[in-house]
Design a protein around this ligand. Sequence first.
Ligand SMILES: [Zn+2]
Length: 248
Amino acid sequence: MLVTVEGIIIGKRTIGENNCFLDILTDEFGVIEATAHGIRKITSKNAGACGLFAYSKFCLAKSGLKYTLNSAEPKYSFHGLSNDLEALSLAAYFAEIIKTTAAPEQEAEGFLRLMAVSLFEIEKRKITLTQAKAVFELRVASMLGFAPDLRACRSCICYEHEKMYFNYTSGIIICADCLEQLDDSYSELSPPLLYAMRFIVYSDVNRIYHFNLKSTCLNQLSALSERYLLLHTDRNFKSLDYYNSIKL
Ligand SMILES: [Zn+2]
């Protein structure tokens, strides 16, 4: 059976001299692994559309759970990433999060759009990579079923407070008047930080990167998003360690 899907290549492994396994993030089937024959030959007509992080339209032959690449047509290549090690390693981290948390052969509506929007932002570098990383971590955590509840103080339902506290374990917020005991499962949220978090979790995916935050708040947001994602996915990511090791 032939299937045509749009997707982004989020992993690529060489097999033999000329062949590759491609991990393709799609809306319809989640992350699928496709074998691409002859893709490393200089004459391969599909090579351009099958680079790492290429956004392409793929025609695949499907047999059982196995996919083989027939042809690919490029839509967008994000090739600016290849000259920027820091941005490339952040993209690899985003890819690892999706690869290790997505269930195969299951619809993954929204993840393709999130990945496309995120690669576009880090390729263009209109926002800092610190901001891009924080936004992706918090949004992807929400999409994986760990959406924090940032609507109001869990106890008195106030929407705004000079000091709110975020609980990492439960993902709720509570105001300074209602908090009984402060321990290290909480982080303090200033009003701009809470505003940014609400924006990331509740906005349309096309807008999530479009906000400004002072660098001190951004660093807090970055630490918070990373801790929240790692806690709820209950794992470490090698690509995150690498990104943190090369970050300027
Ligand atoms: Zn309260």
